[in-house]
Ligand binder design. Structure first.
Ligand code: PRP
Ligand code: URA
Length: 209
């Protein structure tokens, strides 16, 4: 079973509550996704290795800790994962960025690939895959398979809202991937939407409906 980490920070819960509100407009929705993504990646990078170094301060030498050269790649799932990218990059600006284009067929709910461009050295990086919604888990599972096919072995998936079905599918298909969820909702409806969820994340970020 994969490691599943559910956020317990009050700021994250507060902001997700506003996101869910049907009256929250596109501008505020985008800003909130940005902020929540930043807070979540702060949690998701908690276990990055550190190394000790000496730093000359104006008053002496400090034994300090810096990141141990661990390189990161951010691979958002298009389109809605794009909405989480800037928030994450504001904390880890040196990360390389790949893109995986997937859309869910409305009838079968199966993911279809339309784009995949990944950093060449992705195999040597910690890969963070953001997507706001983990519904059936088909898109997340396919995205992880793409980065694994390119040699990546150290992978974290970050979503704002997950359904139990999506967590089950992703952890079954990829038990080695850690799953970070803003919160876990009750279920999927007959159209594969998370209930209560927040609706269609892509449409709400980009204002397409
Ligand atoms: C949404 C969401 C996920 C996927 C989740 O994308 O952003 O990628 O659905 O569903 P799943 O867990 O059942 O696969 P969508 O296919 O609507 O595409 P979009 O981001 O372009 O709107
Ligand atoms: N994709 C979304 O954008 N929302 C859902 O609830 C499920 C899949």
């Amino acid at each position: 079973m994969a490691q599943v980490i559910i956020m317990d920070h009050p700021l994250i819960h507060h902001k997700i509550s506003i996101l869910r509100d049907v009256n929250t407009g596109n501008k505020q929705f985008r800003e909130l996704v940005d902020e929540i993504s930043m807070l979540m990646v702060y949690e998701a990078t908690r276990d990055l290795p550190l190394t000790e170094t000496d730093v000359q301060t104006p008053c002496g030498v400090a034994k300090a800790h810096v990141l141990d050269g661990k390189k990161l790649a951010l691979v958002p799932i298009l389109r809605a994962g794009l909405g989480m990218t800037n928030g994450i990059l504001s904390l880890i600006p040196a990360a390389k960025v790949g893109h995986i284009g997937l859309y869910r067929d409305h009838e079968t709910l199966e993911p279809h690939e339309y784009y995949c461009k990944l950093p060449e050295d992705i195999a040597n990086r910690l890969v963070i895959i953001p997507d706001p919604m983990l519904a059936t888990g088909g898109s997340a599972s396919a995205a992880v398979s793409f980065v694994k096919a390119r040699g990546a072995r150290n992978i974290k998936f970050i979503c704002l809202i997950a359904a139990p079905e999506g967590i089950e599918r992703l952890s079954h298909d990829h038990p080695d991937v850690s799953i970070y969820c803003g919160c876990v909702d009750e279920k999927l409806n007959e159209k594969g939407y998370i209930v209560p969820g927040l609706g269609d994340a892509g449409d709400r970020i980009f204002g397409t409906k």
